[in-house]
Design a binder for this molecule. Structure first.
Ligand code: 8YV
Length: 315
């Protein structure tokens, strides 16, 4: 397999790169002086691309690689890969589900607690010596609150299980009700879900239907005491609407791991350091999980080139 050329367009994770290099001829696009020239020179040998949730596979790259057989993505999210086009062209696609579910769900609860209990602000309060001078503002209780989840897939379900342990009432919105989750309340409308939630957690995949699913109406239904948590994709939320709702006090707070134009975060969100907690798209960001994801990325490529079933196929 050492002669099989696998393209990486950017450095993703050193362990992943090392594991790929043990088995394949890894071509690193970011090291090329002239990227398009490099692709022209190598396009007859590149049979695989390793991408991630942020990069996916651009239409230009797909068109530039006539011998492409498989895209192995270091992500569960597939919103930056045109799966229909891949299917049409006979390009296989794999992702990294399950191994990251716990971590992403853990971060959703972590962000919720961080916002409600003002954890970053309380850390600053102690470090700055303010504790010796005044009173710290009271937080908001999490246990027993109503948690609404947009998207009850693997990650949404894992968030629900965790929130249940905090005595929370769980409701959700998804395209259709899940018969196996009859203990949770289903809302066919996201606005109604928001109106009945103290905390609204976005956990759905980004698709044409879910782009800006969290719009002004949903945000206003969540209201000035409500908290929005997003661990899915930035574009599920209308970000300018979110920012103005927070600035105007129409929304109580937000815990955000994802943004519309990463790594750019609106300045106003950065200034709102009391009621907004920010994370750098780190839902799956633990040593254990990133290693599990990398092993799946490599395992899928090995399976493909050995003519075996993919471990976690998407296309
Ligand atoms: C990764 C992700 O952070 O799985 C996804 O969909 O967005 C993330 O786990 C990303 O792909 C890391 O590069």
């Amino acid at each position: 397999m050492e002669s099989i050329a696998v393209l990486m367009t950017k450095p993703i994770y050193s362990y992943l790169q090392a594991e790929l290099e043990k088995r394949f001829k890894v071509l690193k696009l970011w090291e090329a002086q002239d990227g398009s020239r490099f692709l022209q020179d190598q396009n007859q040998i590149i049979r695989a691309v390793v991408s991630d949730g942020g990069t996916g596979l651009s239409p230009e790259l797909m068109a530039a690689l006539p011998k492409l057989e498989i895209v192995s993505s270091f992500s569960v999210g597939m919103d930056k890969i045109d799966l229909g086009k891949c299917k049409e062209k006979g390009i296989r696609v794999s992702n990294t589900p399950d191994v990251l579910t716990d971590d992403v769900a853990d971060l959703a609860i972590g962000l919720t607690l961080a916002v409600l209990r003002k954890l970053p602000a309380s850390d600053r309060y102690v470090r700055s010596g303010m504790w010796k001078k005044g009173d710290f503002k009271l937080g908001t209780k999490f246990s027993g609150k109503s948690v609404g989840i947009v998207g009850l897939g693997r990650i949404g379900q894992a968030i629900a299980t965790r929130a249940e342990a905090f005595g929370c009432k769980i409701s959700y919105h998804s395209r259709t009700p899940k018969p196996e989750s009859s203990n949770y309340t289903y809302y066919p409308s996201v606005v109604d879900l928001a109106a009945h939630s103290d905390i609204l957690v976005v956990a759905c995949a980004l698709t044409n239907e879910t782009r800006h699913i969290i719009n002004r109406e949903v945000i206003d239904a969540l209201g000035p005491r409500g908290v929005l948590v997003n661990i899915a994709r930035g574009a599920t939320v209308d970000e300018p609407e979110l920012v103005s709702a927070l600035v105007e006090g129409r929304l109580g707070g937000a815990g955000l791991d994802v943004f519309e134009n990463e790594p750019n975060v609106p300045e106003q969100l950065i200034e709102l350091d009391e009621k907004v907690v920010l994370a750098p798209h780190a839902g799956s960001g633990t040593e254990e999980t990133r290693k599990g994801m990398a092993d799946l990325v490599v395992g899928n490529l090995v399976a493909h080139f050995e003519g075996k079933e993919l471990l976690t196929p998407v296309v």
